[in-house]
Design a protein around this ligand. Structure first.
Ligand code: DAH
Length: 349
C-alpha cells in the first residue's frame, strides 16, 4: 500500500473513531493515537524515507492537511460534547416554577415575651425608659439599698440563692430602682423607668411556684408625685392588660421599700366579681404590688426625700401571662414543649 493510500485509510478510520467517541477521555486517547508524538501520523511521516524524493513534498503536504483536518474534527467533536453536557445539566436542573412553594416554619413568641413586649410598648408610650439590671446581683443593690439591711426580717420573705456573702441570684428586680436612682440627673427631668427581667428564689417547683420567674419593676420619681398618680397608673396597666371594664382596688400591704405599700386586685375577669374557682370565690384577683417609695431608698441613693418622691410597682410577668391566658401550671412556661408554646401569638401576627 503506498503512503497516499495509508493516509486515506487513516483519515477514514480516524474520522470514524472520533465519531464513535462518547467521552472526553476516549477522545483524548484517540487524539494521542492519531496525531500524538508517537501517533500513527508521525509514524507515516517517519516512513518518508521510503518515498521517492520527488514525491516527498506532496506526501508532506498531505500529512499536514490530514493533521489539520484531524485537529478541526477533534475540536468540533469536543465542542459538541461540551454542548451536550451543558444541555443535559440544563435539563436536569430545570426548575419547575409552577410547583407550589414549601411553606417556611414560623415560630411564635414565648407567652411571657408577648406580655413583656406589650407592657414595654405601653410604658414607652407613657414616657418611661426601659432598663435592665444584672441577674447576678449584689446584696448591696438587691437588699441594702432597698431598705433591707443585713438582719432585716423581711429578707426571709425571699429565700435567696447566695453565690457568696455579697453576690446572689436576684430575688427581685427592685435593685434596678437603686441603680437608676443613683445615676439620675433630676435637673434633666423626672425619672420614669421600668426594669423587666428574670428573678430567682429558693422555691420547690410546683404548679404555682417556680425557682425562676420574671418581673417588671416600675419607678417614677419627681417633685409632687402623689398616691393618686400611683393609683391612676396602676389602673391604666391593669385595664390595658385585662380589659377596660375591669374594676380595681387597692389593699394595704407591706414592702420594705415602700411606705405606704399596697397590693392591687382586679375584678375577676372570669366571673366578673361574682365568685368562681379562679378568684377563689372572692370576686378579686391579686395582680401586683406597689407603694410610695420609702424615704430611706431615696436617701440611700443620694436623693433628698424632702424634695423628691414617687411611686414604685412590681409586676409578675408570669402571673400576668397565667391570668391573661388561663394557664394552670407555671412550669409550662419553662419546659419548652412547642405544642404548648405554639398556641400563643402576638395580636398583630
Ligand atoms: N419586689 C417585690 C417582690 O418581689 C415586688 C414589688 C412590690 C416591687 C412593691 C415594687 C413594689 O417596686 O413597690 O415581691
Amino acid at each position: 500500500m503506498d503512503l497516499f493510500e495509508k493516509l486515506n485509510k487513516l483519515k477514514e478510520e480516524g474520522t470514524e473513531k472520533i465519531k464513535q467517541a462518547d467521552t472526553q477521555k476516549k477522545l483524548d486517547e484517540i487524539r494521542v493515537n492519531l496525531v500524538g508524538r508517537k501517533g500513527q501520523l508521525t509514524e507515516i511521516l517517519h516512513s518518508m524515507k521510503e518515498v521517492e524524493a520527488s514525491q516527498r513534498p506532496k506526501v508532506g503536504q498531505k500529512v499536514n492537511q490530514l493533521r489539520d483536518y484531524f485537529q478541526e474534527t477533534f475540536d468540533k467533536a469536543k465542542e459538541k460534547m461540551t454542548q451536550a453536557v451543558i444541555a443535559r445539566r440544563l435539563e436536569e436542573e430545570k426548575i419547575d416554577v409552577t410547583l407550589p412553594g414549601r411553606k417556611g416554619h414560623v415560630g411564635s413568641m414565648h407567652p411571657i415575651n408577648i406580655i413583656l413586649d406589650d407592657l414595654e410598648s405601653f410604658f414607652i408610650g407613657m414616657g418611661y425608659k426601659v432598663v435592665q439590671g444584672p441577674e447576678i446581683e449584689t446584696d448591696h443593690y438587691c437588699f441594702e439599698m432597698m431598705n433591707l439591711p443585713k438582719d432585716h426580717p423581711a429578707r426571709d420573705m425571699q429565700a435567696t440563692f447566695y453565690i457568696d456573702e455579697e453576690n446572689l441570684l436576684r430575688t427581685q428586680t427592685s435593685g434596678d430602682q437603686a441603680r437608676v436612682l443613683e445615676k439620675h440627673d433630676f435637673s434633666k427631668g423626672p425619672l420614669k423607668m421600668v426594669g423587666p427581667g428574670k428573678v430567682y428564689r429558693r422555691d420547690d417547683d410546683d404548679a404555682t411556684h417556680s425557682h425562676q420567674f420574671q418581673q417588671m419593676e416600675g419607678l417614677v420619681i419627681d417633685k409632687n408625685v402623689t398616691m393618686s398618680d400611683l393609683k391612676g397608673t396602676l389602673e391604666m396597666i391593669t385595664k390595658h392588660m385585662f380589659g377596660q371594664d375591669r374594676k380595681t382596688r387597692l389593699r394595704p400591704s407591706y414592702f420594705p421599700f415602700t411606705e405606704p405599700s399596697v397590693e392591687m386586685d382586679v375584678s375577676c375577669f372570669n366571673c366578673d366579681g361574682k365568685g368562681c374557682p379562679i378568684c377563689k370565690f372572692t370576686g378579686w384577683i391579686e395582680v401586683l404590688g406597689a407603694g410610695m417609695v420609702h424615704p430611706n431608698v431615696l436617701r440611700n441613693a443620694g436623693v433628698d426625700p424632702e424634695v423628691y418622691g414617687g411611686f414604685a410597682f412590681g409586676v409578675g410577668l408570669d402571673r400576668f401571662a397565667i391570668l391573661k391566658y388561663g394557664i394552670n401550671d407555671i412550669r409550662d412556661f419553662y419546659t419548652n414543649d412547642v405544642r404548648f408554646l405554639a398556641q400563643f401569638r402576638k395580636e398583630e401576627d
